[in-house]
Design a protein. Structure first.
Length: 436
């Protein structure tokens, strides 16, 4: 419970073994006792006390730790509600922390990221943001803009002094410098997206090429952490694997594993559909056979896409070689493996690392944007920077330039929630789960 009356409500339902006045109980302390309803003991509990402003929400807070279990927890919750508490909305605790100024919006949003993290890297990126990494960077950029804005205001307020030319140069230098920083953040989003969502990977190939063998090989990898969830398209399953820090979201793993008699049904059409969704296509060919018509169609599908060609079954007598004429005009890497005998799979992983610059993702040192809202605001600021440059070059009066610069400041301020509207705040916190 959080808020003005939480200790009063607690007092009605909690009988500590050592009763003290609330004024005498220190924050960050724990009391042992029973939750009771009309002298009937509901459960034996520990209650933690947090006193304003030193709590998650900055309000008075208490946390009841019961033995758990549905019935008892529900009963305690009911008792709280009956005595005046109101059920928290999703994310309400974090929202209060934001509204009360303990954390900014970017930090609040990172709480969701930490909770939902599927990989260590993602959790780290979230924690870093929670510590205020992004907020500090944005504040520094805004300060740089504000420093120049002061001069602009002077130029507007005292037009009799001819400072405009000086200011224009200053503005342009500042815009260049700010743009470099924002572009770096914008670019980090691609990496952030990979960390957060995984590389959406499709394994395609004609029936019997070895898709399901490769899939199983990947899923069985020693250090793979596998999470399974519903795919975006109906009836598909996606599996999130994390192999040596490479986060792969394998699309349509159910389709790949479909029973053999149904194999013929997943034709080229389906492969096309799956390939459309993918960030990475692994196209697998049976190296013990010549290229078939279907194989050639698959080569068509991967043209111009981030993709890797796999020649599987190299343990068998070879028909298909790396230097086959059909591979000639492709820029793809070709990797030879035996899914069955676990040969060459590590080469596949290092190729993926290379293809996506994954070595460059250094969550420990670099700031990584993982939130699309932040990314959009940064991209919009960069656009406005370009517009500002243009109107300066068109010799527009400085008060018009100021309007544009203010827009940049406002958009950046929206990241940390300075000027953000209530609708946006509500939308952000509705994504939280209850009780966070
Ligand atoms: P899919 O239809 O593309 O999913 O192909 P599967 O993975 O089901 O493989 C088809 C057949 O090829 C199975 O009998 C596998 O055991 C076999 N196979 C897969 N990979 C290899 C390999 O590297 N070497 C050999 N010799 N057989 C393989």
């Amino acid at each position: 419970m959080s808020g003005k009356n939480c200790f009063e409500i607690l007092d009605k339902i909690f009988e500590p073994k050592n009763k003290e006045n609330i004024e005498d109980i220190k924050g960050y302390s724990i009391k042992y006792g029973n939750i009771v309803e009309k002298d009937k003991i509901i459960d034996e509990v520990l209650v933690s006390y947090f006193k304003e402003p030193k709590s998650y929400t900055t309000e008075n807070m208490c946390e009841i730790n019961s033995h758990g279990g549905n019935i008892v927890m529900k009963k305690i919750l009911e008792l709280c509600l009956k005595n005046g508490a109101v059920l928290a909305e999703p994310g309400e605790f974090t929202k209060r922390a934001f509204l009360n100024g303990r954390i900014d919006l970017a930090q609040a949003e990172s709480v969701i990221d930490v909770i939902n993290a599927k990989s260590e890297k993602e959790a780290k990126a979230g924690i870093k943001q929670l510590e205020g990494g992004l907020s500090k960077e944005i504040a520094a950029i805004k300060q740089e803009i504000l420093d120049v804005m002061v001069n602009i205001e002077v130029a507007i307020d005292y037009p009799e002094y001819d400072v405009e030319d000086v200011t224009n140069k200053q503005i342009l230098d500042m815009l260049d410098s700010v743009e470099i920083k924002l572009k770096k953040l914008e670019k980090s989003f691609d990496n952030g997206k990979i960390i957060k969502e995984g590389i959406k990977t499709a394994i395609i190939g004609k029936p019997n090429a070895g898709k399901s063998s490769l899939l199983n090989r990947i899923l069985k990898e020693d250090r793979a952490i596998v999470t399974e969830f519903e795919g975006t398209t109906r009836d598909t399953i996606e599996e999130f694997v994390n192999i040596n820090g490479i986060p792969l979201k394998l699309i349509d793993t159910a389709g790949i594993r479909i029973a053999e008699d149904e194999v013929e049904k997943i034709g080229i059409h389906k492969s096309k559909e799956i390939a459309k969704e993918a960030d990475l296509i692994i196209a697998i060919f049976d190296a013990s056979k010549d290229l078939s018509k279907e194989d050639k169609e698959i080569l068509e599908i991967i043209k111009g896409k981030k993709s890797i060609i796999i020649l599987n079954k190299i343990d068998l007598e070879r028909k298909l070689q790396k230097n086959d004429e059909h591979f000639k005009n492709l820029t793809n890497s070709i990797i030879e493996i035996s899914a069955l005998n676990n040969i060459g799979i590590d080469k596949l992983y290092s190729e993926i690392t290379k293809l996506f610059d994954l070595n460059e993702i250094n969550v420990d040192n670099d700031l990584v944007i993982t939130n699309i809202r932040h990314k959009n605001l940064i991209s919009k600021s960069i656009e406005t920077i370009n517009k500002t440059r243009k109107i300066i070059n068109e010799k527009m009066p400085v008060d018009i330039v100021a309007v544009y610069i203010k827009e940049i400041l406002e958009d950046l301020g929206n990241i940390t929630g300075e000027f953000v509207t209530e609708d946006i705040i509500n939308e952000i916190f509705s994504k939280f789960c209850l009780g966070k």
